[in-house]
Design a protein around this ligand. Structure first.
Ligand code: LMR
Length: 396
């Protein structure tokens, strides 16, 4: 049976990991996969995570099945973190959450859930969006279409075009929005733009699906949830997929959450029964370890503060890297204007070079980035910025 298969190309993002690791040159720069790295290029385990893990190790008493919802404490704490404890949807008991295997697991649960709500729903994603969004939703049998978002020429949002496109979207459809730190462009909606999109969502009646993979990496945990919180308070139905990979540094633990909001508590209960059925059909129940770490941190005032402080360090380093690269390019005499990088948010920006230049950076200088010229800003450091800027200058 396997003889009929043809090989799939390597994943455009994850494939870079292997290539980078196999590159035996000593001077190399990894700006590929979106993971946080410290100044030495290492992805550390947060100190609050180490403490929470030790606590769980000492106190955990069973490994019995956790059930399709996952941990109730984790789900509650994640909902409060995303929506804010005083959000009318929390007060009205309209949010239902399941723990999922990572943010990707949350998206796949959302995809199958949408398919059960309406098999003909179209999912609208930003152009561009995270490389895995389209494949993931199509794998669930959903038609994916795009709305204009990033202007590669002006390095800014195509906001008017985005609004014009969304004002044609039917109430049967779902629109995927990035909560913050847009992946891959780093170009976020400002608060006024969120307000406009929320108004349009209410007018059109489509369902918003917000993907929040980077809460805390833009401006702060609360600031980054502005759109999520306001949207939730205004619409009758909404889906939120969140990830603990980046902000808790729990990449390989695979922990995220999928929340749905119904028009009232009774409607949410019905929708939740469908969500649990979907979970049971895909992976039965989520892994528990990552959720246990996160709920230990969020449930302790002391550990939560430590987490917020560690997150601030990560966010500030990334923002510092943005300025450092742009200043270095100026310092070595590159004439092209890269200032836009300092105005963008989160882990990524497009460098704005051609795919031939991306390939040249890889083959001649061992500088790795996604073909679209998306760079993972955390991979920059004082030790490689000079080499990186000079390599970019050479291919320009
Ligand atoms: C990325 O975009 O680099 C990350 O979200 C990792 C991934 O799974 O693609």
């Amino acid at each position: 049976m396997f003889n009929k298969l043809t090989a799939m190309p390597a994943d455009p993002i994850l494939g870079l990991l292997t290539k980078y690791r196999e590159d035996s040159r000593t001077q190399k720069v990894d700006l590929g996969v979106g993971v946080y790295k410290d100044e030495s290029g290492h992805t550390p385990i947060l100190s609050c995570v180490k403490k929470a893990e030790k606590y769980r190790l000492d106190t955990e008493s069973t490994k019995v099945y956790i059930g399709p919802t996952g941990s109730a404490d984790f789900n509650r704490l994640m909902s409060e973190l995303a929506f804010g404890i005083e959000n009318p949807v929390i007060i009205a008991n309209r949010v239902r959450t399941v723990s999922t295997p990572g943010g990707t697991g949350a998206l796949r649960v959302a995809a199958d859930f949408i398919k059960r709500c309406n098999p003909n729903s179209v999912l609208w994603v930003s152009d561009p969006t995270w490389a895995n969004h389209t494949g993931l939703f199509e794998a669930a049998g959903i038609t994916v279409k795009t709305y204009p978002y990033y202007d590669y020429d002006t390095k800014s949002l195509k906001f008017d075009e985005m609004k014009a496109a969304l004002s044609q979207v039917s109430s049967d459809d779902v629109v995927l929005l990035h909560a913050c730190c847009h992946n891959p462009s780093g170009m976020d909606l400002n608060q006024q733009q969120w307000d406009d999109i929320i108004e349009l969502t209410v007018e059109q009646g489509f369902t918003p699906l917000i993907d929040m993979a980077y809460q805390g990496f833009g401006d702060g945990v609360d600031e980054d949830a502005y759109g999520v919180r306001k949207m939730a308070a205004k619409v009758s139905n909404m889906i939120l997929c969140s990830s603990c990979s980046k902000n808790f540094g729990l990449y390989r633990e695979r922990i995220g959450a999928c929340s749905i909001i119904g028009k009232n508590a009774a409607a949410s209960d019905i929708a939740f029964s469908v969500l649990l059925y979907v979970v049971r059909c895909i992976y039965s129940m989520p892994p528990a370890h990552g959720a246990a770490i996160v709920e230990t941190i969020l449930g302790s005032a002391e550990l939560k503060q430590e987490w917020l402080d560690e997150l601030t360090v990560m966010r500030n380093r990334i923002n510092g890297n943005r300025a450092m690269l742009v200043n270095k390019l100026k310092e070595i005499g590159v004439e092209r204007n890269f200032d836009f990088i300092t105005h963008q948010k989160g882990m990524f920006s497009f460098l704005g070079i051609t795919s031939a230049q991306v390939a040249q950076l890889q083959s001649e200088y061992s500088v790795y980035m996604v073909d679209s010229s998306r760079i993972s800003i955390a991979g920059i450091g004082t030790g490689n910025v000079d080499y990186l800027a000079k390599s970019i200058a050479k291919v320009l």
